[in-house]
Design a protein around this ligand. Sequence first.
Ligand SMILES: [Zn+2]
Length: 103
Amino acid sequence: MMNVFATSIVLLLAGGLVAAMVFMIRLSTDDSDKHPEIKQFVTALFGGAASPVQADPAASGQQESAAARDALSEEPFTEPCPACGDPVTHQHVECPSCGLRLI
Ligand SMILES: [Zn+2]
């Protein structure tokens, strides 16, 4: 008896969640201009993290500062040496081929 009651409650909650999600998705797709905050929320829910710049057009102007931050951080990277074109990584203080100081 209690199991049936609990199951129906869970089903009700799940159905309500799905209905709310469908409602938000419809809002975000139908009137994207009128509900930017909901669109952002939905975008964040469904893989928006992969394209945060698309989710917020105003953030595109901050791409340069973000790139500068990445250059300063210790994140691993591999890119061609600006002088000789040989691949250098974050571990190289100087280019191993031509000796250009990288940091
Ligand atoms: Zn070099």
